[in-house]
Design a binder for this molecule. Structure first.
Ligand SMILES: Nc1ncnc2c1ncn2[C@@H]1O[C@H](COP(=O)(O)OP(=O)(O)OP(=O)(O)O)[C@@H](O)[C@H]1O
Ligand SMILES: [Mg+2]
Length: 248
């Protein structure tokens, strides 16, 4: 067995009286596509934010490749090969698709000064163009991101997260609000990226068909705690999970 790429140990986070995440522990294996599901407000995004340094957990630890990363800033996690997408779109609507993707690449290359006075972005443009081809966005390369369909913007968002060449990416609802054609496209591209680069994904999603067909293993959160973990088939037939979703 290879060592886990991500270890989450007893993470707890409260907001006032609400215990949003309540002692959550799990591991993610290298190259795995893990699903994280649960009803609205069950703590999924809060858990991501605790793992990725956007929030400081009240207690618990996170390790990446066996190295403790608790308290580390998101920008430093990026350097360790950890990326993310947000539940809300983070594309710049008044910039072209190409410039959005180049900008995401620049975040991971050098300081602001070296960006301003450095040798330009020739290398990054080439890298961004490869990413655009991979996501089949060539025809939209020079279009303003804000004028794309929502699903196309979600693809750009994913392409931006991959510009750093991460080994682990946490995706918060990549398929939220995306139409069926784009959904199939997105899933196909994620699977292809995982196969080509061995990149590990943890995917939060409400679209069950998307999660069940994309992920090899699924963790279910309810009210901040893990209530089930297993293969898509096991999760589909798990009565506790069915009850949690139906509010039973
Ligand atoms: N910054 C915050 N301040 C106060 N309460 C918060 C904050 N962020 C989240 N919460 C609360 O924590 C709980 C978990 O929220 P979270 O956004 O993590 O859920 P989620 O599982 O991602 O939900 P969804 O599926 O709707 O995105 C909810 O009760 C939410 O209202
Ligand atoms: Mg959320």
């Amino acid at each position: 067995m290879n060592a886990p790429i991500l270890t989450v140990n007893e993470i707890t986070k409260s907001f006032g009286g609400i215990r949003a995440v309540d002692g959550v522990s799990f591991e993610v294996n290298k190259g795995e596509i893990l699903g994280l599901i649960g009803p609205n407000g069950s703590g999924k995004s809060t858990l991501f934010n605790c793992i990725l340094g956007q929030l400081t957990p009240d207690s618990g630890h996170v390790s990446v490749n066996g190295r403790g990363v608790s308290g580390m800033r998101a920008s430093d996690l990026n350097k360790l090969g950890v990326g993310r997408t947000f539940q809300q779109l983070s594309v710049f609507p008044k910039m072209s698709v190409l410039d959005n993707i180049i900008l995401a690449g620049q975040e991971h290359h050098g300081t602001m000064l070296s960006r301003l006075f450095g040798p330009g972005d020739a290398g990054l443009t080439e890298e961004a163009d490869k990413m655009i081809s991979f996501f089949r966005l060539n025809h939209l390369r020079d279009t303003l991101a804000g004028s794309l369909s929502y699903g196309q913007q979600k693809l750009v968002d994913a392409a931006m997260a991959f510009m750093a060449g991460p080994s682990l990416v946490l995706l918060d609802e990549p398929a939220g609000g995306v139409n069926l054609t784009m959904l199939a496209n997105l899933k196909d591209r994620l699977v292809a990226y995982n196969a080509a680069h061995g990149t590990t994904f943890v995917v939060i999603e409400h679209n069950m068909e998307f999660v069940m067909s994309l992920c090899s293993r699924i963790i279910v959160l309810a009210e901040g705690s893990i209530i089930a973990e297993g293969s898509p088939d096991e999760i589909r037939s798990n009565q506790t999970v069915i009850d949690a979703y139906l509010g039973g």
